[in-house]
Design a protein around this ligand. Structure first.
Ligand SMILES: NC(=O)c1ccc[n+]([C@@H]2O[C@H](COP(=O)([O-])OP(=O)(O)OC[C@H]3O[C@@H](n4cnc5c(N)ncnc54)[C@H](OP(=O)(O)O)[C@@H]3O)[C@@H](O)[C@H]2O)c1
Length: 326
């Protein structure tokens, strides 16, 4: 079968169309014939050699797919051959087929386009686990999402709104700010021309926000603390602006606030299964109703994975990029 392998750490040009062995399902795995694969920022980091796949995962990238089940491991009980599904992966999605634990698979919601659905598992599992399972976001809360038009951010805005929160979101151009509002944000904030701390303070009558979803890190962390309400929670999921930060620890204490870092791929299988169970139970109905949808930036054939990576690295994309495999 085809897979997009990484010939050596480097730029998009190192992504190579290769022939690799068919996946062998373990007892609890299903094999998915991939219709489409989501492209994530983590795939770019993996290609550059900065984010190696965990032990046991395929070495080629791809954290999420949609497709059809074509084979079952001996102990699989919840799925049958022919089911249309999406899946959260530790890697290996940029390929014709992939094996994945049955607990990381969700049924394709009725009426949802198979290619679009490939953009859901990673962003939705990240948003749900951080906003709901860890930060306890609920109706009436206020939420600040950084990177509002990223794959993760675009889902997080819609999820926050669907849960009854008031959502503010940052983005780097006026077009992206407008999309944040289109996705349901009460106020999009252009981080290049506005100070998100000031905007959030004004919008909340000085109270601050209950939850921040931060994928920027660096000096954003200190400003997140400033933007927080008492009892607030900062969920840190990436450090694109730097791994080191100086914060006012006194302000954090005075606000009885928390900073909580997470990664999804590195979590043990039982934790990822639990997240997908919660997503299926609580977030999947929101997807089925159309309250949470994939905001598609672009789709490329699998063989054009390098072009898809260039698009992501340009920073011009708005929403999700997917690879159409079949
Ligand atoms: N910890 C986890 O479990 C987990 C899981 C999934 C994703 N992530 C991380 O979440 C981030 C989003 O992933 P994705 O695949 O959705 O990526 P993406 O679509 O490429 O989005 C990256 C986003 O980061 C924003 N950004 C980058 N540098 C910034 C800066 N200095 N100031 C403000 N915003 C900045 C961009 O905003 P503009 O375009 O508006 O400039 C863009 O919205 C990535 O860093 C990824 O590694 C973490």
């Amino acid at each position: 079968m085809r897979a997009i392998t990484i010939s050596r750490p480097g730029g998009p040009e190192v992504l190579t169309v290769s022939e690799v062995d068919e996946p062998e399902p373990g007892p609890h795995d299903v094999v998915i014939d991939v219709a489409a694969a989501g492209v994530n920022r983590a795939d770019v980091a993996q290609r550059e050699g900065a984010y190696p796949p965990p032990a046991g995962a395929p070495v080629w990238p791809g954290l999420e797919v949609s497709g059809t089940i074509v084979a079952l491991g001996a102990s699989v009980t919840g799925w049958k051959v022919g089911d249309y599904v999406v899946a959260l992966l530790s890697g290996g999605g940029y390929a014709d087929r992939v094996a994945v634990d049955e607990g990381l698979v969700l049924p394709l919601p009725k009426g949802l386009d198979l290619a679009l659905a490939a953009g859901l598992p990673e962003a939705l599992a990240t948003a749900w686990s951080n906003l709901v399972l860890e930060a306890g976001l609920s109706a009436g809360d206020t939420l600040l999402v950084h990177g509002g038009t990223s794959g993760v951010g675009s889902i997080a805005i819609q999820l926050g709104v669907a849960l009854g929160a008031t959502v503010y979101a940052t983005a780097g151009t006026s077009e992206k700010v407008a999309v944040c509002a289109e996705l349901g944000a009460a106020r999009g904030i252009d981080y290049r021309s506005e100070d998100f701390v000031e905007v959030v303070r004004e919008a909340t009558d000085g109270r601050g926000v209950d939850v921040v979803l931060d994928m920027v890190g660096g000096d954003y962390l200190a400003r997140d603390v400033e933007a927080l309400a008492s009892g607030g929670r900062i969920m840190l999921i990436a450090t694109q602006q730097g791994r080191e930060a100086t914060i006012d620890a006194g302000a954090l204490m005075a606000k009885r606030a928390r900073i909580h870092g997470t990664t999804l791929r590195a979590r043990p299988l039982d934790e990822r299964r639990a997240i997908m169970t919660a997503v299926r139970e609580h977030a999947w109905p929101l997807v089925a109703r159309g309250d949470v949808r994939v905001f598609l930036d672009s789709a490329y054939p699998l063989d054009f994975a390098a072009t898809a990576h260039r698009r992501m690295e340009s920073g011009e994309h708005i929403g999700k990029i997917v690879l159409a495999v079949r």
